[in-house]
Design a protein around this ligand. Structure first.
Ligand SMILES: *Cc1c(COP(=O)(O)O)cnc(C)c1O
Length: 385
């Protein structure tokens, strides 16, 4: 057995990252400086989008996207329950109403046929989430959005470096959010970004993350002089620092190698588990190329004498830091208080009982991978029927 605990995710920081941060600390700008512009330019270039606007975290970025999309009181936005709460919370921040569509039981991503069933005259936007890194079915979602005149905001917190039909995620929909929390593909400590090809969204996002204030001469109603700015709507201070942005630039240089390592680990897991009837490895649609934020193993419970909880606890005892992604958002106490019903999204609720996320991060050593595989085989071997 291992003598150290293996977490499910962890950042990869090297001397280049540390030096990039030190450079900024010695420079004139700790915030609103050149590192921010550099980071935004590099992310936009990487995903193939025209613009990028950085935020203090991914949740703030989603809030900004909902504002830019014009979500307001009474507007309905459709998203998936198999996600982190932020994908839905951002709608509530704007006074909108969250409508959950069920998942496709094969991909675990939002089921586009259920999106269409849930559209009403008040529907304004769709927030598909690329769960684990596998892109949602964006072509089908685009068709629905065009038909009903909806904005598509991708929650791509799991999908930096993923591709859909050969195109990088971040270049496809109206707006796309990436998160730079330490468990994500690259980190800035906390941080997020919206990429877009639409200059109106771009300008709104810039203004929203800085109190609703602008100094852009084209946007001003008056101009009293060089000091003059206008606060034109209620925005927030959602800015990223240059310290974070410099770390982000340095991390982005390593993204390809991070994704390659994640793919190697996934290939090793798949190879080991594919023949085990008690387990279901993650299904990938042929049109998608995932950058693999998470490896979600599904238990075929009818072939086991144990629940997911027991398997989870046995793996934890072996110091394998398994996790569960996610508790369906509509079943969280706050959403229950809002009136969302358990039983209303059967595929998502069923999936929740069956899944375990295995450790997956680029710093994992070959021995770590082997430890995970051995532990899963040991635990499943003990409880299989
Ligand atoms: C991480 C994450 C977010 C929010 O990102 P933060 O940067 O932590 O605010 C949103 N959606 C999903 C699916 C995430 O995994």
């Amino acid at each position: 057995m291992r003598n150290t605990y293996l977490p499910y995710g962890k950042q990869f920081i090297d001397d280049d990252d540390i030096n990039a941060v030190i450079e900024v600390l010695k420079s004139d700008y700790l915030t609103t400086g050149p590192a921010i512009e550099m980071f935004e330019k590099k992310v936009a270039e990487f995903v193939g989008a025209s613009y990028a606007v950085s935020f203090s975290n991914g949740t703030a970025a989603l809030h900004g996207a909902c504002f830019a999309a014009g979500i307001s009181s009474g507007d309905e936005v459709i998203t998936t329950p198999i996600t982190f709460a932020a994908s839905a919370n951002c709608v509530l921040y704007q006074g909108g109403k969250v409508i959950f569509a069920d998942i496709n039981p094969k991909t675990y991503n939002i089921d586009h046929t259920d999106i269409e069933r849930k559209i009403t005259p008040r529907t304004k936007a769709i927030i598909p989430v690329h769960f684990t890194g596998q892109p949602a079915q964006l072509e089908e979602i685009r068709k629905i959005a065009n038909k009903y005149n909806l904005v598509v905001i991708e929650d791509a917190a799991h999908a930096l470096g993923s591709k859909y039909k050969g195109k990088k995620v971040g270049s496809i929909s109206d707006m796309t959010m990436f998160s730079f929390h330490p468990v994500k593909h690259i980190t800035t400590g906390e941080g997020g970004i919206i990429t877009t090809n639409n200059i109106d969204y771009y300008n709104k996002l810039l203004q929203f993350r800085s109190h609703g204030i602008t100094r852009d001469p084209k946007l001003l109603h008056e101009n009293h002089g060089p000091w003059y700015y206008e606060m034109q709507f209620l925005g927030y201070n959602y800015r990223m620092t240059d310290i974070q942005a410099a770390l982000g630039v340095s991390q982005l240089n390593k993204l390809d190698s991070f994704v390659n390592r994640r793919k190697q680990i996934v290939a090793a897991y798949n190879e080991s588990f594919t023949e085990m009837a008690e387990l279901q490895i993650p299904y990938q649609l042929p049109d998608t190329d995932s950058s693999w934020h998470l490896y979600v193993l599904k238990l075929n419970l009818e072939k086991l004498n144990a629940s997911r909880k027991e398997v989870f606890e046995e793996l934890q005892k072996l110091k394998i830091g398994v996790n569960v992604h996610y508790i369906p958002v509509h079943t969280l106490p706050f959403y229950q208080q809002l009136g969302y019903l358990k039983g209303s999204l059967p595929e998502a609720e069923k999936l929740y009982e069956e899944i375990i996320s295995l450790p997956l991060f680029p710093l994992m050593q070959d021995q770590d991978i082997k430890d995970v595989i051995d532990a899963v085989k040991l635990v499943i071997g003990k409880v299989k029927k």
